[in-house]
Design a protein around this ligand. Structure first.
Ligand SMILES: Nc1ncnc2c1ncn2[C@@H]1O[C@H](COP(=O)(O)OP(=O)(O)OP(=O)(O)O)[C@@H](O)[C@H]1O
Length: 251
């Protein structure tokens, strides 16, 4: 791992007497995509929420995390978190939604608006500033959510199933679009997904979680360079992942 990467160790999360996540450790380098996969309910979103500093008070957590050697703050300015689906507020305009993360971080409304305004064209959202989420397509809403997450400039982006609500073509376009944004401004992405095609085609590394309690059961590097990845070349890796996931008994 590079010096300024994120190191998480010994994370245990409990809901009362129930252990949701047990002794989970992982590292994230400063750039690249790490996919986090695992059966439904194994604790993927819970781990992301803890890293983002928004775990509900009803859950108790212990564990250590450091970024480049310094302790992680909860919440930490180096971390950007995007919850499941697009999670835009329907009563706010796209410009207000996009500026929300900066407002929460303490910027005034005019300063936050000034920061997000120039980014609308690069996110394919020019002309949507005064519109409301319901007036946009699913792909545009998702790009607005990305804009809100990425404008905060955290080095580590935690993305919880960012493409799952999109149709297949929009999903492919947006996956390519995300790779282009990361090529412009390299960051480290922790991508939660249920889609093995998505995990194998985008990630450098795949962490497989097991359930009850949630823990990492395998870490698999994707051995094929992105330019050489194809349905055919990735098929054996997908089979390996499918086997690992099916070994976990259903809830
Ligand atoms: N606030 C909470 N209080 C009690 N239990 C919770 C709470 N939040 C999550 N859980 C439980 O923690 C477990 C993990 O949930 P989580 O949403 O993290 O799983 P997941 O792997 O992200 O699932 P999915 O893939 O279906 O989104 C589940 O059993 C869930 O019921």
């Amino acid at each position: 791992m590079t010096e300024a990467g994120l190191d998480l160790s010994g994370l245990t999360i409990r809901a009362g007497a129930r252990v949701l996540v047990e002794d989970l450790s992982m590292t994230l380098p400063t750039t690249g995509i790490t996919a986090l996969i695992g059966p439904s309910g194994c604790g993927k979103s819970t781990v992301l929420r803890w890293l983002a500093g928004i775990l509900p008070d009803t859950l108790a957590a212990e564990g250590q995390a450091r970024i480049g050697g310094r302790p992680l703050r909860l919440p930490d300015p180096a971390i950007g978190f995007q919850p499941q689906a697009d999670a835009l507020f329907p009563w706010l305009t796209i410009a207000q939604n996009a500026a929300l993360g900066l407002r929460v971080a303490g910027l005034s409304a005019p300063a936050a608006r000034a920061r997000v305004a120039p980014l609308f064209p690069a996110f394919g959202l020019a002309g949507t500033e005064a519109m409301y989420p319901a007036e946009l397509s699913g792909g545009m809403r998702q790009r607005a959510a990305f804009l809100r997450t990425m404008v905060r400039d955290g080095q580590f982006l935690l993305l919880d199933e960012p493409f799952s609500a999109l149709d297949a073509v929009t999903r492919l376009r947006l996956q390519g679009w995300l790779l282009a944004r990361l090529a412009e401004r390299p960051r480290s992405v922790l991508l939660v997904t249920h889609d093995l095609h998505e995990a194998t085609s985008l990630a450098d590394r795949i962490l497989v979680m097991a359930a009850r309690p949630g823990r990492i059961r395998a870490e698999i590097a994707v051995p094929i360079p992105p330019s050489a990845r194809s349905e055919h070349s990735l098929a054996p890796l997908r089979e390996t992942l499918k086997t690992l996931l099916l070994e976990d008994p259903p809830t």
